[in-house]
Design a protein around this ligand. Structure first.
Ligand code: SMO
Length: 715
């Protein structure tokens, strides 16, 4: 993507599509950000959680007496206090989902290390911490609880038995996608303020309106008694899309005390008890005709859900199933998705949410097929993709593939990577002793369905206030939404004030997740701007000064779901002596549909790419066999630094979506979907001369070194 510097005059021509600088950044870069922890009032009390240190266990007794008598302590809550609370909702996206218990504080039994067992509230954080250490938790041994299936669903299309019976070749891949941490820079934080029969909650959340409904159900109050505010949020990545037990306990504490109660999670608490991502086991078999046609696909997705279910607990498994078989024409498909609870922290959505796992399976299968057939990986993909003219196209697990041009994506990637030369160079380097390879990935990404809201008010004099049910955690939403509205209204984006995050100031909406906020929330903004013009009448040539004040409210529902797509090519070199991998080159062609602001798109793509590189090469949450978390700090859990991010060429190749008014597709999650698959395929290509056909993520030096060693000894 070639970016020119933002210039005023470019914006005059029409705000939509202009590389406008983010209006948020001046404030944020000067330290003017207002995150939840910046909003704690002087009279706030401070909460610290007592957490389980071993699991599973019978919880016999929590002795709070000594703690309650310590200086500054106002309240100690245990599971007995929270037992009567209601429960948070779980999105029932599969048949027969079995809901799990949802204790705000553990009662009767402890299910995971890190589970909150008691809440101590004191005048200062230090007093609360001291008192928390005086809480005595008595436990007894239990057999590892039998966590049965939470759900299982299958989808079949075509004659799968026949496809595999007719196959000239069948290739198989089995992979365990590591459990990883979403790792927002800002940890969870909450402030609960109960006064005059109403609850105000400031949360570091992606979904304030849903949190409002959850807190109302948990506390047994009408929704009108609850206000939730998401102020500046320092990253979320799916990890802040669900209400948490800690937040429910905090709200109860404020209700009991009639005082504001504040909590900021430590980094270790985030690793211990915030929702993780991925942790899918996924296996598949691809049946091929002798000429390389894909005949059939069988795939099984096994999700580990952790000990309680986040709102979107089912989404990763469901998403993995519904993007298969990716961009390929396969007549016979059998998909199975299952989820089971486990004695660990919850697993929820994380940037990509099932799509990276399924793309990894599909793309590894295709590269394995290319090796089996002696075919070129790009040529094999080209021979099996849906032609652009045949899209939209229904998918086996529901939904339909959006308009896309997969051949154009592959050809753009081929050209941009100078693919033929790259392959030739790889052969030469190998002949000279290097361990290096080229990997390809082509992916599809459902992103953006359902409804979002917007209210747009002309305040008079050409000034506007736009309130949205969507939220922001660093995406530049205020900039993008102002551009969309300004383009329709024929004004400069700085005439539009964008309001979000506060349920008292915005219409009910979904929030920011699932790469939906531009496609759906942006379409709501577009619709609102058009309707406002319709309501107020034609704007006179001399501008808005003569137009009266007025407002419209829109609840926009997309006709269908947008699907983004992209093609990636990665080059990886592996040090023969140490196994250290280097991603030498990444080319990524992305279809984001209508682009509102190319600078924001590139920022989102590069951010996702960084997290995609992290999960491919280094990130992994590790528990020991007793369920103790071994990666509980940034000393132990490896996230990529700036120097770990490879040079990447990003090329925009948009086909506007047919699914929503704006024609936009998602960009926030895209970087985690194709990039890891291309990197792993490149590593497997590099290791092919050693006879290595399988490798598990993350691709740490040790893993690669052992693979080379074993490959050599095996032969
Ligand atoms: S993983 Mo996203 O915030 O739906």
């Amino acid at each position: 993507m070639l970016l020119r510097p933002a210039r005023e005059e470019e914006m005059q021509a029409g705000a939509l599509g202009a590389p406008m600088r983010r209006v948020e950044d001046d404030r944020l870069l000067r330290g003017g950000g207002r995150f939840v922890s910046d909003l704690f009032p002087r009279d706030a009390l401070h909460a610290v959680f007592v957490r389980a240190v071993a699991a599973p266990a019978e919880l016999r007794h929590v002795d709070t007496q000594a703690a309650a008598a310590m200086p500054g302590v106002r309240l100690v809550l245990t599971g007995a206090d929270t037992a009567a609370l209601g429960r948070a909702a779980v999105n029932p996206l599969v048949d027969g989902l079995k809901a799990a218990a949802w204790p705000a504080l553990a009662a009767g039994r402890i299910e995971a290390v890190g589970q909150p067992v008691a809440l101590v509230v004191a005048d200062t954080p230090a007093q609360a911490q001291d008192a928390a250490e005086a809480v005595v938790v008595e436990t007894g041994a239990v057999d590892a609880a039998d966590f049965d299936r939470a759900f299982a669903q299958e989808w079949v299309s075509g004659d799968v038995e026949r496809a595999f019976a007719d196959a000239a070749h069948v290739v198989r891949v089995e992979l365990a996608y590591p459990r990883v941490a979403p790792m927002a820079l800002e940890p969870r934080a909450a402030l609960a303020d109960w006064r005059d029969g109403a609850m105000a909650l400031w949360l570091s959340t992606q979904t304030p309106h849903r949190a409002r409904a959850d807190i109302a159900a948990i506390l047994g109050l009408g929704i009108d008694a609850i206000r939730v505010v998401a102020p500046d949020v320092g990253g979320a990545f799916g990890g802040k899309a669900s209400i948490y037990p800690e937040e429910a306990a905090l709200a109860l504490a404020s209700m009991r005390l009639g005082r504001p109660v504040a909590w900021t999670a430590t980094r270790s608490e985030e690793f211990l008890s915030a929702a993780h991502g991925r942790a899918l086991k996924i296996s598949g078999a691809l049946a091929l005709a002798a000429d390389g046609r894909f005949l059939g696909l069988r795939a099984t997705v096994d999700a580990e859900l952790g000990h309680w279910l986040t709102y979107s607990a089912v989404v990763p498994a469901r998403n993995a199933a519904r993007i298969l078989p990716g961009p390929y024409r396969i007549g016979a498909v059998h998909l199975a998705a299952r989820g089971s609870r486990s004695l660990r922290a919850p697993v929820g959505i994380y940037r990509g949410a099932g799509r990276p796992e399924a793309a990894m399976l599909m793309e590894r299968l295709v590269d394995a097929a290319a090796r089996r057939l002696g075919a070129d990986p790009i040529a094999l993909r080209r021979a099996n993709i849906h032609p652009a003219a045949s899209l939209p196209q229904p998918m086996p697990a529901g939904g339909q593939l959006d308009r896309s041009d997969f051949a154009a994506l592959l050809e753009a990637a081929r050209g941009s990577a100078d693919y033929a030369r790259l392959r030739a160079l790889t052969h030469q380097r190998r002949a000279a002793g290097a361990v290096c390879g080229v990997g390809v990935a082509l992916y599809v990404e459902p992103c953006g369905q359902g409804a979002e809201s917007a209210t747009l008010c002309h305040e008079g004099g050409g000034r506007f206030t736009l309130a949205t049910g969507a939220t922001a955690q660093g995406q530049g939403r205020e900039t993008a939404y102002a551009q969309i509205a300004a383009d329709v209204l024929g004004v400069s984006p700085d005439c539009i004030k964008v309001v979000h995050g506060d349920t008292a100031a915005t219409p009910p909406g979904v929030g920011a997740l699932a790469s939906r906020s531009t496609a759906i929330g942006g379409s709501a903004v577009l619709e609102a701007a058009r309707r406002l013009i319709g309501t107020l009448g034609a704007v006179p040539a001399k501008g808005w000064s003569a137009v009266p004040a007025g407002a419209v409210e829109v609840n926009y529902t997309a006709a269908d779901e947008a699907w983004a797509s992209g093609a990636c090519i990665a080059c990886v070199e592996i040090d023969r002596e140490t196994g250290v991998p280097t991603v030498e080159r990444l080319v990524w062609v992305d279809d984001a549909g209508t682009v509102v602001n190319p600078m924001l798109v590139e920022g989102q793509l590069r951010g996702g790419l960084a997290q995609g590189v992290g999960e491919a090469l280094m990130e992994r949450i590790v528990y020991d066999p007793q369920g103790q978390l071994l990666t509980g700090s940034l000393m132990d859990y490896s996230v990529p630094r700036a120097a770990d991010i490879p040079p990447a060429t990003i090329v925009s190749c948009p086909t506007p979506s047919a699914a929503n008014r704006l024609g936009a597709k998602g960009v926030g999650e895209a970087g985690t979907i194709g990039v890891p698959a291309a990197i792993v395929n490149a590593a497997l290509d590099a290791l092919a001369p050693f006879g290595v056909e399988d490798i598990q993520m993350p691709l740490r030096a040790e893993v690669l070194w052992r693979a080379m060693l074993n490959g050599e000894t095996d032969r």
